[in-house]
Design a protein around this ligand. Structure first.
Ligand SMILES: *Cc1c(COP(=O)(O)O)cnc(C)c1O
Length: 244
């Protein structure tokens, strides 16, 4: 995905604390405006490029979900995360040949967009004696070269993945197209919400539509107002990412 770098900030802990309070406060307000409670919305911190000690500090403030988007980075930080109070999710594009490296380590894989990938998660989960929660990732903007299944292919993928062993489908995830205007991104959020509601209305074995994961630093409040109950926030918590 394209990264929009915000002005850099000192990544000191006070800064993270202020951000965490601001983001959780805004989530509570947006939850209230959408007729829900703060605790109905799950904040997942997108922790790419963030040092484990900073992540663990955020966990000490009350953060309960973290997500990495690259297998290699996840593995290199794995031993240092404090996962006693916090769940680790995979939120980025995942290659089938890397699945075995993370099954058993992550609580959820949010970026499942093919039967091939789901099948491998199932196989590795069986092998490890675990059940892996997954979200199906939807390419709601129908963008070329972007992960996610198209909306019209979702019902079939849902049915196929739900039939696999040691997998539980827990909801949907999306990364909408980069939009210049907030009104534009709302259109995608609303489409996702509609898909989510439609699927939730059906009773499918092995599927529980618990999470609609959408909304990032620039639009998590809008996403909540459009029905998201999990938002993935990175730079608003930890500052601009520095890539080397
Ligand atoms: C980095 C990332 C986010 C968070 O992005 P920010 O704009 O920094 O909040 C959310 N979802 C995924 C899949 C990401 O890779």
């Amino acid at each position: 995905m394209t990264e929009k770098l915000l002005p850099d900030h000192p990544k000191d802990l006070e800064y993270v604390k202020r951000n965490y309070e601001e983001v959780t406060g805004r989530i509570a307000l947006a939850a209230g405006r959408s007729g829900r409670k703060a605790e109905d919305i799950t904040l997942l911190a997108a922790t790419k490029t963030v040092a484990p000690e900073v992540i663990n500090y955020a966990v000490s403030l009350g953060l309960r979900y973290i997500g990495e988007n690259k297998v290699q980075e996840l593995l290199s930080k794995y031993d240092e995360y404090d996962l006693t109070a916090c769940e680790l999710h995979m939120i980025g594009h995942l290659q089938t040949n890397k699945v075995r490296q993370i099954v058993g380590k992550v609580s959820m894989i949010q970026s499942v967009d093919s039967l091939k990938l789901a099948g491998e998660i199932s196989r590795q989960s069986v092998k490890n004696g675990v059940t892996t929660d997954i979200l199906l990732e939807v390419n709601i903007g129908r963008e070329e070269n972007k992960s996610g299944v198209f909306a019209e292919a979702l019902p079939e993928l849902l049915e196929q993945t739900a039939a696999l062993e040691n997998i539980r489908v827990r909801g949907l995830m999306t990364v909408p197209p980069i939009c210049d205007k907030k009104t534009e991104v709302l259109k995608y959020f609303d489409r996702m919400n509609k898909l989510f509601i439609d699927i939730s209305a059906k009773t499918l074995d092995n599927v529980s539509m618990d999470f609609l994961s959408m909304g990032m630093s620039d639009d998590y409040e809008e996403a909540i107002l459009s029905g998201a109950n999990m938002v993935r926030v990175g730079s608003r918590l930890f500052g601009a990412r520095i890539y080397r």
